[in-house]
Design a protein around this ligand. Structure first.
Ligand code: SF4
Length: 511
């Protein structure tokens, strides 16, 4: 099992030191885990073997957090860094380095380290203000989340307990409205919100919660059932263990908004077939009834109407994109989807020869210009373009037109002529019980076109494609590895548009 350790946990749970810690030892991340669910904290301390394999997303979140934390240091440049030291005496050494920097009169300390009440914390940025030290906790999110306040409240408790005069506490999070122009403007990239009042008001709460968590850890595994807390504020990594009694086709597999599955669960209704139908909206009722009877529904009139909206030549388009908390290129916002690849199948007439073309950018460059230039040579401006989930492709194209205004007209013609193959599935004009309520292409394809599958591909979803594109950068000196990643990416994106071709053919066969 791969474990992602927080800066604080890394010190206390390193192989040598972990044995010496009392069983009710807490760290900042353990405290936050305990606020979410006592059972999760207990399992983390005593039954880590029950934890799911750490997801790639968790590693990615961790990497993003580190990258954002390092960028935020630009808010207060020229500080002293207290590095993370993972040795037996690592904690003592980090405390010593922090104390030394403060004594020497440093006004800015990165990763300043403190310990009180048996809890060790590292502060992202500690800045000496006119009214004492200011805590800056850096977050990769784009808004002030309540859990950030809990995080900072514990830090305030530790620092004041350790005798530090803390004047203010801030959360510095990403400003989602920032648009990069030229060099990165760190002052604009981050928004710092003063949460001193909330943090001070939480001090009694922190003391009480620490007591409760420590008391709980001395006892047996708490009896806590599953609930909305399993994914709020974070996806719990013990779900595999706690949710194993939930069968397939349960109330939690109902698609779309409607009845709250936890309300049903509280009434001991777990299987979809046990739900009184009058509690469900139209789409959910269709899902439940179709699953129970293994029934498919096809509205031929609606499919005909949809097919009439298409014209030939018909171009099937799909983009792959990546995003980054810190915008890498001009005109890009934090977390904006930047296209690096597309696949294009096209037919000049219905049932005619199928052509394919594609583009995949080299890593390490801004991919938008070469991508758009190739599209301009390959897609006439008066053809019908078919996508699956048109909102996404339209947004990517609109952002390209903002960045390259001289091609705005051509791009607008593409978006004006765009149609969405997802529509008949989203509207349930075609509904097969095996879709299980979903209209995602990943669920629709294997049911309608079983001979095509994502299962045999190395890359099977957009998140994996994004990771692979990042890996191309790391593999730039290894031609063999690079060629393999490129091949996998091209195969994945090509299947997305070929899937559309075959699904459209199947719609034709259904009527
Ligand atoms: S899965 Fe839910 S109930 Fe189980 S430990 Fe996690 S949060 Fe608690």
């Amino acid at each position: 099992m791969r474990t992602i350790k927080s800066k604080e946990d890394g010190n206390v749970l390193s192989a040598k030191s972990a044995k010496k810690k009392p069983s009710n030892y807490l760290s900042k991340s353990l405290y936050i885990r305990g606020l979410q669910c006592h059972k999760s904290l207990y399992l983390e301390k005593f039954h880590r073997d029950l934890k799911e394999e750490t997801a790639a997303e968790a590693q990615e979140r961790f990497d993003i957090g580190n990258m954002v934390g390092e960028s935020a240091r630009g808010l207060f440049p020229d500080g002293v860094l207290v590095p993370y030291i993972e040795t037996e005496n690592g904690v003592a050494e980090q405390l010593r380095l922090t104390s030394e920097a403060m004594k020497k009169g440093s006004k800015v300390i990165y990763e300043a380290s403190f310990q009180y009440d048996g809890i060790f914390v590292k502060v992202d940025i500690l800045h000496k203000g006119s009214r004492g030290w200011e805590i800056y906790e850096v977050k990769a999110g784009t808004k002030l989340d309540p859990v950030y306040v809990d995080d900072a409240a514990l830090q305030y408790y530790i620092l004041t307990g350790a005798g530090i005069k803390v004047g203010k506490a801030f959360i510095s999070h990403i400003n989602g409205g920032y648009v990069r122009k030229g060099a990165l403007d760190v002052q604009k990239l981050f928004t710092s919100e003063d949460i001193t009042k909330q943090v001070k008001e939480k001090q009694l709460f922190v003391i009480e919660q620490l007591k409760k968590q420590r008391r709980m850890l001395k006892g047996k595994l708490p009896k806590i059932d599953i609930g909305p807390h399993c994914s709020d504020p974070y996806e719990c990594d013990f779900c595999d263990h706690c949710w194993k009694h939930i069968p397939d086709d349960s109330v939690f597999d109902l698609y779309g908004k409607g009845v709250n599955p936890f309300d049903l669960y509280a009434q001991a209704i777990i299987k979809q077939k046990d739900i009184p139908l009058d509690l469900l909206n139209r789409a959910q009722r269709q899902q439940v009834v179709a699953t129970a009877k293994k029934q498919n529904a096809v509205d031929k009139k609606k499919i005909r109407e949809f097919l009439k909206t298409l014209s030939y030549p018909l171009y099937f388009l799909d983009f792959e994109t990546f995003m980054s908390a810190i915008p890498l290129y001009d005109g890009v916002k934090p977390y904006q989807q930047v296209p690096f690849q597309y696949s294009l199948h096209y037919q000049n007439k219905k049932g005619g020869k199928l052509y394919h073309t594609e583009f995949l950018a080299n890593s390490g460059i801004d991919p938008r210009k070469p991508l758009l230039e190739k599209m301009l040579t390959e897609i006439p401006d008066d053809v019908c373009i078919l996508t699956y989930n048109m909102t996404f492709e339209k947004r990517v194209l609109t952002e390209l037109s903002t960045q390259f205004p001289k091609h705005k007209k051509a791009i607008e013609k593409w978006t004006d002529n765009m149609q969405d193959l997802m529509v008949p599935f989203r509207q349930r004009d075609v509904y097969f019980w095996k879709f299980k309520g979903s209209y995602s292409i990943k669920n629709v394809l294997p049911v309608l076109v079983p001979q095509l599958s994502y299962e045999d591909l190395e890359i099977a979803d957009g998140g994996a494609a994004m990771d692979a594109y990042h890996q191309m950068g790391a593999a730039k000196d290894n031609p063999e590895e690079l060629a393999k990643i490129r091949e996998n990416l091209l195969a994945y994106c090509k299947l997305d548009t070929l899937a559309m071709v075959r699904i459209l053919e199947t719609l034709g066969e259904l009527i």
